[in-house]
Design a protein around this ligand. Sequence first.
Ligand code: ADP
Ligand code: ZN
Ligand code: ZN
Length: 728
Amino acid sequence: MPEVYLQVALDVPLQRTFDYRFEGESPIAGLRVIVPFGRQLLCGVIVQVNSEFAGTAGLKVEQLKLVQEVLYDMPPLPRNVLALCRFCSDYYAWPLGQVISAALPGAFRQPQAWQGGKELAWYAAADAARLTEHIPARAHRQHELARLLAAPRSLDEIRAVSPSATAWLKAWLEQELVSEVDAPMPTHGAPVTPALPELTEEQRTALEQLNSAKGFAPFLLFGVTGSGKTEVYLRAIEQRLAAGGQVLVLIPEINLTPQLEARFKARFPQEMMVSLHSGLADGERTRNWLLAAQGRARIVLGTRLAVFAPMPDLALIVVDEEHDLSYRQQEGFRYSARDVAVYRAHQAGVPIILGSATPSMESWRNMRESRYRLLTLKQRAVTGARPPQIQLLSTQQLRLFDGLTQNAINAMRDTLGQGGQVLVFVNRRGYAPVLACHECGWIASCKRCTARLVLHREDRRLRCHHCGWESPPPTHCPDCGNADLQPLGFGTQRLEEALTGLFPDTPPLRIDRDNTRRKGSLDAMLQQIHKGEARLLVGTQMMAKGHDFANLQLVVVLNADAGLFSLDFRAQERLYALLLQVAGRAGRAGQPGKVLIQTRYHDDPFYPMLISGDYAAFADRTLQERKATALPPFSTWAMLRAEAKTLQRAMTFLREVRERWRGFPGLQLAQPVPALMVRKAGWERAQVLISAQRRPALQAALREMLEQLGTEKHPGVRWALDVDPVDV
Ligand code: ADP
Ligand code: ZN
Ligand code: ZN
């Protein structure tokens, strides 16, 4: 028997691959194997096949264990996907085996052959007439099934005929009356040529550049909502499909898939399109993944995990809303699907379109430094669509009633009185609490650096997350003596109650993550809104995206200040994107909508740039600030996060790590601080910020950390590295 040596990547938290022996016909890299590991059996992916044993870590050939089984339930992971995983493993300092595992659908992470293949098979009568003859005349259901099987059918379709259908099918298969056949190419509808809108001048220019791009070419497609970005994607996709390519389209949220899917299906009725996201059932996700890998699905529409889908003819990548933080995987293997997509386009030598009305600073910088090409859509595609009016209500000058100014209340009353819909938008999630004086506008800031201090509620301490300085919160405002200091964004808890009191005839409908968690509940609420049954809406971030409410005429924004001043240096760009999005919700049916923003800091330079809609000016200014203060993207960051049963233990671990790597060339390690949400699921969490001017220095350090910490024992501590963190 010939013998080969396999390097296998296993889903274990160790930054290395494992060697095994295999006797028999040599398998190839990318296939799944089941191997013994310690006392258990694990599955992994072969990353390399050697005919001679290279001998790692003093291991002798005789000590190598035998591969238990090679699995052929999926096509071998192609070289380029393996290379992409390797890149991610290096870049994000994450074990290769775990990266590969994350790239696979769940069915292929199990140490057993996937049995779902049968479920995905298609069946048809070998000879329809012969099958019919075979069935007793009065067995109507069987005849029905026989008629159905004149064309290829899936098991789902077959089951729908009768509970006994699979039994009949089995019998017919045995008698060779029916056979397994290739899946038909699905068509989403009749081959109609949809009436395409005539492109605007700007769209045409953009499209010309996209269509003439050869090889790796990153584009930043910058245009407000409604400027016709999607139309540009569709045209560019059309061209690449016609040339025989596959196209990968990434979107930030599952919620947005149905809309976009419908639009794509209408445009490309003849092309097979699959979606890939975590909302799919296991079997369906596996099937879609396989269709992409076989090159049969020509369009793959998915959320971040789709970025790893094998696509042999990949010819174009589109990343819609490229600035969206949902592209960031926040648990387990942490990565940014947008950034991985750019690397993938580079690797595959294909164009990539990053589309946004509010591009991320990372992409904006790449554009400004000529690494990305800028395509701008300034005009709205539909003539007559007017941008909403944005107006500020200064809470410094106006009294508040349960968090609302009289002006806002009046405007709401007017709109509701005229039968319109109102959205009270509460900007709430994801901001670190910053202590402020609502009298004079003072904000608690670090005296040692420019960062704002964060109020840790658990132990009532103010902390600087950059340098680690801490103190108890002051009892009075140091500037004006006011004794009522509150975190920014405080005071909207009673909003719903207040609104019920103010508008007894139009009860408020609250929509946020908490009350839409149940399947179908969001849909039900959206229905209520569309039917006009709910007219006073209270919503958070969730409401900003994607939903069109034709009758929404007024948006009142509360708590903008929490986004304006936050510990998170990205808070302002997030706020800009968010406000633009909510503003875009208002006044869609002809009449311009109205947006009222309540703020204590009405003279902040942020607002003129928002009101004029000049995101370019905002982005340029923000980049300058980042450069001056050496914040990302002008420095690179990683967060070492640790959790333990006591905060003490987590902090001690982080302090030790800090001591060990403090002297690493080109590296800065901040003081460890408790996480904003200290306690989670019984664990106490802390973190230390690691930064470097240059990425290579950071990566070298992280590699070393991963290697050393990974092989040491740190009892009771769970830790993880987060490269390019987005919540700090
Ligand atoms: P975005 O993706 O930037 O939000 P869309 O591509 O969805 O913009 O376009 C917004 C609306 O304008 C859509 O209803 C779309 O069908 C329409 N549209 C896009 N381009 C044109 C055009 N050139 N002429 C007329 N309507 C257009
Ligand atoms: Zn004050
Ligand atoms: Zn500080």
